[in-house]
Design a binder for this molecule. Structure first.
Ligand SMILES: Nc1ncnc2c1ncn2[C@@H]1O[C@H](COP(=O)(O)OP(=O)(O)O)[C@@H](O)[C@H]1O
Ligand SMILES: [Mg+2]
Length: 377
């Protein structure tokens, strides 16, 4: 569903439009680049932080609301959370029988008929999963923290990697980054071993590789580093045998931090908010996943779609869920995460929902999700 909206002679990598030849201006090296080992970047302009607007749907061009929204897809140097124009609109206004334009455009795309059929696959451990969606505020961190906690409750050993300079997964797990000697920044840029940075959390079996605001600089500082795309992978390789699950909380962009997550992972989990414009930007994400898969990490796949902030009172949630299922087939988890106020309160107490309010709907939902993700059923 991704490529059709991109101009024919360009492709987008790390949020950067580059010539389709993909010779040099890419965060993702071609196999020749990797073999040649020369990764040190002729693309200094990428590091300038010049914002780049990435669009994914052809329909955006004709849709003024989406046009406005497209400016939210700034990638480099923009770590702020973004909101889409209609995300927080009144549900009552959206309960028409009309299908939301954006999702319709996506789902009506060529691959809707080819949606994969069958069951989810049971996978062997360890599993390294990047939780990615370049939109902000769609539930990446909430899913990382709470799925991680629920998996730890199932007696898996879980590492959460906070790869967002906002550090929300870090604070959400009750870790004060000011008390830490090292964070993931030092792993990526100062060659500190991951082992030295991994902290236990209050929950048995749940560990954290924390982030702080230093990480905001990493997006730019990485550009001129050797092996800039594989640094997280190499660090995690050293500790992977200690864990069953590694969940990487990605920032709301498709820059080098997210590329590092996609190179380190074998799976991508995409949380999708059951709201207007839910699928906007997903083409860009799947395109980047595909580029990383082709050039750096053949094992990578989008394995899991999680519908979040589902509001059963609105037809919009129902419609978005139905369309996401039609499009992505069995990749979409059976269990959906409801909109639940307790989920939004838990982070300020530094606790996952399973600890903060064990019987809340949000807690039950993330436990069910953990069972589904880990069972493959
Ligand atoms: N299922 C949910 N119900 C209610 N609030 C939620 C839910 N999921 C996430 N939120 C809230 O929405 C906001 C954005 O979620 P977050 O996980 O931080 O998104 P992201 O990491 O994608 O930016 C946060 O305030 C979070 O507490
Ligand atoms: Mg987040």
């Amino acid at each position: 569903m991704s490529d059709s909206a991109l101009p024919p002679d360009t492709e987008s990598v790390g949020g950067q439009q580059v010539p389709a030849s993909g010779q040099s201006h890419s965060y993702i090296p071609t196999p020749e680049d990797v073999v040649g080992g020369s990764n040190t970047g002729t693309d200094g302009e990428i590091s300038s932080g010049r914002p780049h607007v990435s669009k994914t749907l052809a329909s955006d061009v004709d849709n003024p609301a989406s046009e406005a929204n497209a400016s939210d897809h700034l990638t480099l140097g923009n770590q702020t959370e973004t909101e889409t124009v209609a995300e927080y609109g009144e549900p009552t206004e959206t309960c028409s029988s009309e299908t939301p334009a954006t999702t319709e455009q996506v789902v009506a795309g060529p691959s809707s008929e080819n949606a994969p059929q069958g069951e989810r696959v049971k996978r062997s451990l360890p599993r390294v999963m990047a939780v990615a969606n370049q939109k902000g505020g769609v539930g990446k961190t909430t899913t990382t923290v709470n799925l991680g906690a629920a998996l730890a409750e199932l007696d898996y050993r879980v590492l959460v990697v906070d790869l967002d300079p906002q550090g929300n997964a870090t604070t959400g797990l009750g870790v004060d980054h000011r008390s830490l000697d090292y964070t993931v920044y030092d792993v990526l840029l100062n060659d500190v071993m991951a082992d030295e940075c991994i902290e236990p959390t209050d929950l048995k079996g749940l560990f954290l590789l924390a982030a702080n605001l230093n990480l905001a600089g990493a997006e730019v500082e990485l550009v001129n580093q050797m092996s800039r795309e594989t640094r997280l992978k190499r660090a995690l390789d050293e500790v992977i045998d200690q864990f069953d699950y590694v969940l990487i909380d990605c920032p709301p962009s498709l820059g080098l931090l997210t590329i590092n997550a996609l190179v380190a992972a074998t799976e991508v989990i995409v949380p999708i908010q059951c709201e207007y414009y839910a699928l906007e930007g997903l083409g860009q994400l799947t395109h980047n996943v595909e580029l990383v898969r082709k050039n750096l990490n053949p094992a990578l796949e989008v394995s899991t779609i999680v519908l979040v902030m589902y509001d059963s009172r609105t037809r919009l949630s129902e419609q978005v869920a139905a369309e996401v299922r039609a499009h992505f087939g069995p990749k979409v988890c059976r269990n959906v995460i409801p909109r639940n106020i307790r989920l939004s309160e838990a982070p300020s107490y530094g606790q996952p929902i399973t600890v903060f309010d064990s019987s809340s709907r949000g807690s039950v939902a993330y436990r069910e999700l953990a069972r589904e993700v880990s069972d493959g059923t």
